[in-house]
Design a protein around this ligand. Structure first.
Ligand code: SAH
Length: 236
């Protein structure tokens, strides 16, 4: 898990989003992984409007209440929507480029920091686009559950999505072996000549997530899921 902000020289996502904002509409980052196939993430996807978002995102936005923290806000698409609805929202990201893009897009309240370095309290932590990924590993998930306790006001909630990789890549049950949990992945992002540091990213199946949550005294409800193994949870 990333506990501090990124160096601007190692921020491919932020650089790509700035280029996209400045008119390079074909811009995308490459994402290299030792476990998953090489993929890309485009500026177009990161700048999606409300009507281009998935039903899971629509549902999560509808469930937001009180003082909201958009965790790993990216280009700020969810924060902008909530802001337009008159909601109280802060957009948090470790990427200096993302913060700059959100400033250009007029996201009112931006926090350049890591989730694992905060002090304020919120009613809703919104974590979308496989948002639980920022926990990195199952150990990181354990820390996350301890960490969010003081961050949430009484009655507060986490709205987050994740994907069960076993339903995406395999029809058979995967037995976690010596390699560790099958949803623990790692990525390296690149854009032009900018290469980010490798980072861990967690994809977690619902049963394991609910187990870890209850261990820490949280209730975890699956709100909805799609055909690709992605699901939305409310942790409270
Ligand atoms: N939620 C956005 C962006 C998802 S990409 C969307 O749905 O479009 C994930 C984002 O999380 C990136 O912008 C990355 O910089 C940010 N991030 C990663 N680790 C973080 C951490 N520890 N604290 C805050 N933001 C983090």
């Amino acid at each position: 898990m990333q506990t501090s902000v990124l160096d601007s020289k190692k921020d491919p996502l932020g650089a790509m989003l700035m280029d996209y904002w400045n008119g390079r509409k074909q811009a995308f980052v490459t994402i290299d992984s030792s476990l998953l196939e090489m993929s890309q993430m485009s500026g177009k996807i990161m700048f999606r409007r409300f009507d281009q978002m998935s039903p899971i995102e629509h549902k999560a936005l509808a469930l937001c209440r009180g003082k909201i923290l958009d965790v790993g806000a990216g280009s700020g698409c969810h924060s902008l929507y909530l802001q337009e609805q008159g909601r109280e929202v802060a957009a948090l990201d470790i990427s200096p480029g993302c913060i700059e893009v959100m400033e250009k897009r007029k996201v009112g309240l931006r926090l350049h920091n890591s989730l694992f370095n905060l002090e304020n309290q919120y009613d809703t932590l919104l974590m979308l686009m496989n948002g639980l990924g920022i926990c990195g590993t199952l150990d990181g998930l354990n820390l996350f559950f301890q960490y969010i306790k003081p961050l949430l006001r009484t009655g507060g909630q986490v709205l987050a999505d994740s994907t069960d990789l076993s339903s995406l890549y395999c029809n058979c049950p995967i037995i976690p072996g010596e390699e560790g949990y099958y949803g623990e992945t790692d990525f390296v992002m690149g854009y032009k000549d900018i290469k980010g540091d490798p980072f861990e990213w967690l994809y977690i199946d619902y049963a394991t997530l609910a187990y870890y949550a209850s261990f820490h005294g949280w209730q975890c409800d699956r709100i909805m899921e799609d055909d690709n193994g992605k699901y939305l949870v409310r942790i409270h």
